[in-house]
Write a protein that binds this ligand. Structure first.
Ligand code: DON
Length: 344
């Protein structure tokens, strides 16, 4: 009988202790192993700088409302937040102008169209919702500040509260989007033509390109989700990022419009208020429980991370995370965040 070398026994013990300590980490490790090999989708390249992303990158993080963080894979790899910025900037616009004024400028109806579709709600003279580019550009137009640097500073400070750290802009991605952002400029000027945005639309387009170029990692995304799951307070720093009454509006718009022309099927199958970005990120929110952050650059035809979608689907099905399920059974995933004490 071969006896295990001493260090193997130690490794084995550490492994067991880790699993005992945090079964959730083992679940995430298992999902990471399963989907790391899923090599489908295309890295975004319509913003040339984004095409440099490594398609093998893959990270998953869960942050709980009591401040625990479970992460696997490339969870510290920085990438640009892109459209995941939209619900959070929408929250700042609500703080700046209040609900009714913001609703008069940007609707809350899903379009069923792609994120960059040139469609506007001419009946109500506003873009359909703040998750599509038209609505996000109109939302950026609402962000207050005495000048452009102050407006950018307010955005960065807001994101910093959600992430629990100072965040920065990836200038190469910003410049790349600025140089190729013709479609967004067309949308911006079309809205100016209809009086849906102010004269300084070029400034607001720049602000929009800056917000999309903020650097985050999937640990940040999970904390941003956990902040919303905690009613607007960052569960680690205890800093409030948004007034509690506005959180429900962000979660509603994320569920109904966050995944664009996949939003209907997403709400049906996964049922987690979420937002995706062409940088390869997905943020998800389980109100009262935790935030999910996933990073994997290859995207499907609708601009959503392929591995990110599969991980969220599996987590939702396996642990009852669907918004209209957890009300009844409660997400059993929560049990996995509690370390198993020996002898229990
Ligand atoms: O405006 C754009 O096209 C990009 N800055 C953001 C688009 C995006 O992330 C769409 N998400 N899936």
């Amino acid at each position: 009988m071969t006896t295990a070398a001493p260090h193997d026994e130690v490794d084995l013990l550490i492994g067991k202790m880790k699993t005992a300590a945090a079964p959730l980490r083992e679940v995430l490790r298992e999902l990471h192993t399963r989907y790391a090999g899923l090599d489908e989708g295309k890295v975004a390249d319509y913003i040339p700088e984004l095409a440099k992303a490594d398609r093998r990158c893959f990270g998953i993080t869960i942050a709980t409302t009591d401040g625990q963080v479970f992460e696997v894979g490339d969870s510290k790899q920085l990438f640009t937040i892109q459209s995941i910025s939209k619900p959070f900037v929408y929250g700042l616009a609500l703080e700046d102008h209040g609900l009714e004024h913001v609703l008069s400028k940007v609707g809350v109806e899903p379009t069923g169209e792609a994120f960059n579709a040139i469609v506007l709600d001419e009946a109500s003279n506003r873009p359909f919702n703040p998750m599509v580019n038209a609505g996000a550009i109109a939302t950026a137009d609402l962000i207050k500040g005495k000048d452009f640097p102050e407006r950018v500073g307010r955005l960065l400070s807001m994101f910093g509260k959600y992430c629990g750290r100072e965040v920065y802009i990836d200038n190469s991605v910003f410049m790349s989007e600025r140089l190729t952002g013709h479609r967004n400029r067309a949308i911006g000027h079309l809205m100016l033509n209809f009086g849906m945005v102010g004269e300084k639309i070029e400034d607001s387009l720049e602000l929009y390109f800056q917000q999309c170029s903020v650097l985050v990692n999937c640990r940040d995304l999970a904390l941003m989700g956990a902040t919303l799951a905690s009613g607007g307070i960052n569960p680690i720093t205890k800093v409030r990022a948004i007034p509690q009454p506005y959180v429900k509006y962000l979660l509603s718009i994320m569920l109904s419009c966050g995944m664009y022309d996949y939003a209907g099927e997403w709400a049906y199958r996964v049922g987690i208020p979420s937002k995706s970005g062409v940088g390869g990120g997905i943020v998800g929110v389980i109100p009262g429980h935790f935030g999910i952050g996933i990073f994997s650059p290859p995207l499907d035809a609708k601009g959503n991370s392929v591995r990110g979608i599969r991980v969220c689907q599996e987590l939702s099905e396996r642990y009852g995370l669907h918004a209209f399920e957890s009300g009844f059974v409660g997400p059993s995933l929560v049990d996995l965040t509690t370390p198993v004490r020996p002898g229990r």
